[in-house]
Structure formats: structure tokens, C-alpha cells
Design a protein around this ligand. Structure first.
Ligand code: DP6
Length: 387
């Protein structure tokens, strides 16, 4: 039996992917740019074992077994990497052997964060390691077929997914813009919002936008090309105010298109809108753009902020969004996990204080590296079965 264990990061889009030109191949209608987050705080971990003795392909996700053969996206990823292994002629492991896969996230799935991107990136990366396939752009075309945004999680730092123009999708690849080391003080606070509502999945929501939104084509033709070019310049120059303005405008535009969809996709809630107001008032109060929000297909906010400004922002968040759990280790997770409100300078600007307990918890993370392989003692499988 051969096995590998790997981890892969979450990524958060700054210029959003929304809309496909091909459903099965997962080809997007526009380019997107994301930032990869640190794996210490958020990652997927996957072990894949291959053995002559296994009868079927099997997979366990966070303890539950999934019907692998019925999952077309999963099978596309498995077959895709096996095809590359065959073309490459470099298999360490026989392609006829069945595989057992176990995957877990190191963060609660209930947080509604981009778990599918990290999960599929980790699956494809682990398969590549198992079969000895090189980690390159071609591999991103396989991860893309698991979940579009997953292709961007194969690299660290800032990453661009090129929509491509070819029908077979071979030019729809993710490429690094700059590594995590280029802007190491780029940090993120994820404000996890209390919310019970079931959302329309990204896949379904974007299908509906494609058939009903009249704004979406304007975004593709006129907005995204200029925005991606300007964003790359801002990232290269480490120009936070320009980066922040593009980030917030693109989040707002994505949600405008979600609302222009018929029936509309409502992803942000009242708390999300209170966070938007808070970030704008905060920037105005300190007289400089030091925080930038972005929201995906859910109510949670990702706030980009430079390391040197985290303590001040966190103090303001704690003031505006008071919480009974503020003191608990569960409430503030990640990099400043050991820091309490008292350790941060009190924010002395005037901001509208909201009702208590609107946030579930806060995760503090930063720009991070791409996937990596771990040693065998990190395995999630023993004798081919989950721990
Ligand atoms: C709003 O990658 O989850 O997070 O390709 O259908 O699996 P599928 O969708 P998915 O969509 C992500 C949408 C988004 C924006 C983004 O990450 O670019």
C-alpha cells in the first residue's frame, strides 16, 4: 500500500468568479484574482492510499462516507490526474489500484467558508503526489473541474485564474501573481456571522445569474478586464488603498449581480451590511483606508488589513460588535488567539455600536503558501480506513 497526506489552503477572491461558459468543464466567463490564506488557521487535509487489495474507490469527508463513483466532480478529478500520470509515464503507483481517500477541514464546515476550494485543491494535489505527477498549470485545469475556485488554491500568495478562450478549457488555468512573501504583512480578519438561513449554492446561483442577470455581461466585458489589471498593479506596488477600493467595489458588484438575478440570490444579511457600514465609517474616522471587506456567497465578512493595523481594527470591531464571548478562546481564533481585548489599544473614534452577539467568532489569518505534503505520521487512514 502506498499513501500520501497533504494540506491545501483556502483562498478568498478579490475579483470574483461568477458565471460559467461550460458547466461540466467548469469554464468561467471572466478572470478572477484571489489571495491564499494561511494553512495554520484554515486548511483541508487529505490522505490518499492506493492498494492492490482495495475493492472499490472510497472516500470519507469529515467522518462521513461519500458515494465516490456517483460524484461526477470527484471522478473527473481522479480520472484527470490519472490521465496526466499515464501521459507522464511516471507512476509510482499502479493506475489500476483503487484508492481510499479521507479528508478533513481544520475549521468548522458550519463557518460557511470556502471549504470546497481547499478540499478539491487538496484532493488533486494529493493525487498528483501519489502518482508522481508534476505540480504545474496543467494540474490547475483538473482542480478547476472539482470546483472552479479550487484551481486558485494550488498556489500561495495572490493568484489569477485566467478564463481562457478554448472550448476544451486547456487555457483556463490558474497562475501565481506574486508569492506570499511579496506582501507578508497582508492579514485578514474573518468575521463569522450568526446565521441559520440556507443559501443557494454558488453553482446554482451562478447558473441562475447566467440566464437572468442583465448586468453580468457588462461586468465581463467592461469591468473585470480593467479591474484585474489595476488590482495586479496595486498588489505589485503593495498599494493598500487602491487594493482596498477594488476589493470592496468588486464584492459590492458581485452582490449587485446576485440581486439582479431572478429570483434574486440574497447572500448578505443585515449583519453583513452593518459590517460594510462599519468598515466605511472606520476608514473615514481614521482618515485613511486601512480596512477592506469582501463577501462570498454567504453572510461572513473577510476583512483585509495590514499587520500593523490589526490591533486597532480588532479593537474597533470589538467595540462596535460587542459579544458575551469576547473573553473566551473560542471567540478570537488564529494569529491573535492569545490576545484579549485589553491587550489591544482601545479604539477612541466614534462609531455606531450594534446589538450584542451578532458575530459567532473571529478568525485572524494572513496571506499564505500553497499546498504541501506532510510526513506519514499525519495520516488520516490506518490500514486504509479512517482513524
Ligand atoms: C462567490 O468555485 O464554489 O466564492 O465552480 O460551481 O464549484 P463552482 O463554484 P465555486 O464558486 C465560488 C464563487 C465565489 C467567488 C470566487 O471564489 O471567485
Amino acid at each position: 500500500m502506498f499513501s500520501v497526506t497533504c494540506i491545501a489552503p483556502v483562498n478568498i477572491a478579490i475579483v470574483k468568479y461568477w458565471g460559467k461558459r461550460h458547466e461540466e468543464l467548469i469554464l468561467p466567463i471572466n478572470d478572477s484574482i484571489s489571495m491564499t490564506l494561511g494553512t495554520n488557521e484554515l486548511c483541508a487535509k487529505t490522505t490518499i492510499a492506493a492498494s492492490e487489495g482495495f475493492q472499490h474507490n472510497r472516500m470519507w469527508l469529515n467522518d462521513d462516507e461519500l458515494p465516490v463513483e456517483e460524484d461526477s466532480r470527484l471522478m473527473r478529478c481522479l480520472k484527470g490526474v490519472q490521465r496526466l500520470a499515464l501521459a507522464n509515464g511516471s507512476q509510482k503507483v499502479s493506475l489500476s489500484w483503487k484508492v481510499h481517500i479521507a479528508s478533513r477541514n481544520n475549521f468548522p464546515t458550519a463557518a460557511g467558508l470556502a471549504s470546497s476550494a481547499a478540499g478539491y485543491a487538496c484532493l488533486v494535489y494529493s493525487l498528483a503526489r501519489l502518482y508522481g505527477v508534476p505540480i504545474n498549470e496543467e494540474l490547475t485545469t483538473i482542480a478547476r473541474q472539482g470546483s472552479g475556485s479550487a484551481c486558485r488554491s494550488l498556489y500561495g500568495g495572490f493568484v489569477q485564474w485566467h478564463s481562457g478562450a478554448l472550448d476544451d478549457g486547456s487555457d483556463s488555468v490558474a497562475k501565481p501573481v506574486v508569492s506570499a512573501q511579496h506582501w507578508p504583512n497582508m492579514h485578514v480578519l474573518i468575521l463569522v456571522v450568526n446565521d441559520e438561513r440556507k443559501k443557494t449554492s454558488s453553482t446554482k446561483g451562478m447558473q441562475r445569474s447566467m440566464t437572468t442577470s442583465q448586468l453580468i455581461q457588462h461586468r465581463v466585458d467592461k469591468i473585470v478586464p480593467e479591474r484585474t489589471a489595476n488590482l495586479k498593479k496595486a498588489i505589485e506596488a503593495r498599494d493598500f488603498p487602491s487594493f482596498a477600493e477594488i476589493t470592496m467595489k468588486d464584492s459590492n458588484q458581485f452582490h449587485a449581480i446576485a440581486l439582479d438575478t431572478y429570483p434574486p440570490c440574497v447572500y448578505m444579511n443585515d449583519v453583513s451590511h452593518a459590517i460594510v457600514d462599519f468598515v466605511h465609517s472606520y476608514n473615514e474616522t481614521i482618515g485613511e483606508v486601512q480596512a477592506a471587506y469582501t463577501f462570498d456567497a454567504g453572510p461572513n465578512a473577510c476583512i483585509y488589513v495590514l499587520k500593523e493595523n490589526v490591533a486597532k481594527l480588532l479593537a474597533a470591531v470589538q467595540k462596535v460588535f460587542p459579544n458575551d464571548a469576547t473573553e473566551s478562546v473560542e471567540y478570537l481564533r488564529g494569529i491573535s488567539v492569545s490576545a484579549t481585548v485589553e491587550k489591544h489599544p482601545a479604539f477612541n473614534g466614534t462609531l455606531n455600536v450594534q446589538a450584542k452577539n451578532l458575530l459567532k467568532y473571529i478568525i485572524h489569518t494572513k496571506v499564505g503558501d500553497g499546498p504541501c505534503q506532510l510526513s506519514d505520521d499525519n495520516s488520516l487512514l490506518i490500514n486504509g480506513l479512517p482513524l
